[in-house]
Write a protein that binds this ligand. Structure first.
Ligand code: HEC
Ligand code: HEC
Ligand code: HEC
Ligand code: HEC
Length: 180
């Protein structure tokens, strides 16, 4: 019995030590990011995202087509309420609610789905220093299709073959060279 308790304590301690602190960054929502990523000079990342399908990913779940898919799958709730759909159609689904309070589901797949929760990297001094930003939770996955295929895969009921280069060109949102 005593042995079991000792093992449990060690296991708990190890889990505590290896759990990355990144789990604690809070989501801030796309409106926050848009404050500094909106102008021509900055590269209009907000506008580019807003006109992409990612911005309407949640609204898509409220369409008749989504409802049809959900029914065919035998889901008991609406597509826009089903974990089986929300997991890929909104930001930070399944993450501790205390960390996602600022996320609006209506914003669908926003910046932080790809760049990580922003509470600790969003300030100017951190943002301007790439190493600091990455240490504070920013993800910049250059040319890494795995970032996309966690959602663009055959688990999607409407899956279309995912071609990274073509898909990236549709959502590319660079900082202009003159600004860098
Ligand atoms: C207070 C202003 C501000 C806010 C808020 C902000 N950023 Fe930034 N961000 C910057 C600045 C300044 C840079 C440096 C590059 C530049 O001049 O555009 C930057 C750079 C970046 C980069 C490129 C990093 C690199 O070095 O390659 C990414 C990605 C990024 N921001 C994402 C985000 C996301 C996502 C959010 C919201 C969670 C956000 N930013 C919020 C100001 C901000
Ligand atoms: C969190 C899940 C998620 C991630 C991560 C994600 N996507 Fe998407 N993506 C979606 C969803 C959901 C849609 C469909 C939205 C709709 O139609 O309402 C979509 C749609 C798209 C579309 C429009 C559909 C089309 O074929 O024209 C493109 C382009 C796209 N994503 C590119 C990418 C790229 C490139 C990446 C990686 C850099 C990526 N996505 C990462 C969930 C995601
Ligand atoms: C594994 C991630 C994932 C899951 C789970 C998921 N989707 Fe999607 N959904 C996507 C992606 C990515 C797209 C973009 C098209 C594609 O490649 O499938 C998309 C597109 C769509 C579209 C637009 C398709 C079109 O051609 O107009 C609808 C509607 C949709 N999803 C409904 C649903 C419903 C309903 C559920 C739950 C039963 C669901 N999705 C679950 C990732 C997902
Ligand atoms: C579907 C995933 C995805 C979404 C959504 C997304 N980004 Fe990005 N973003 C990326 C990837 C991947 C890169 C790195 C691309 C590269 O340099 O090859 C990037 C690069 C950037 C850069 C640096 C560009 C450069 O030229 O150095 C900034 C700034 C940025 N994103 C801001 C944002 C903001 C702000 C939003 C929301 C309004 C956003 N991103 C939404 C995937 C995404």
């Amino acid at each position: 019995m005593k042995r079991t308790v000792e093992v449990a304590v060690v296991v708990a301690l190890v889990l505590f030590l290896v759990t990355p602190s990144t789990a604690q960054h809070k989501y801030v929502g796309v409106t926050m990011c848009s404050a500094c990523h909106k102008t021509e000079k900055q590269g209009k990342q907000f506008d580019i995202w807003k006109s992409s399908k990612h911005a309407s990913a949640f609204k898509t779940l409220e369409t008749p087509k989504a409802e049809e898919i959900a029914k065919a799958k035998g889901l008991k709730v609406k597509a826009s309420e089903a974990p089986e759909c929300l997991t890929c159609h909104v930001t930070g689904y399944g993450v501790d609610k205390a960390l996602t309070a600022a996320v609006k589901v209506q914003d669908g797949v926003q910046c932080e789905s790809c760049h990580g929760a922003g509470s600790d990297y969003k300030s100017i001094p951190v943002m301007k220093d790439k190493a600091k930003a990455v240490a504070a939770g920013l993800t910049i996955a250059k040319d890494d299709p795995k970032l996309c295929t966690k959602c663009h895969n055959s688990e999607s009921p409407t899956y279309k073959e995912f071609k990274y280069k073509e898909a990236w060109e549709k959502i590319n949102h660079p900082v202009p060279l003159a600004t860098k």
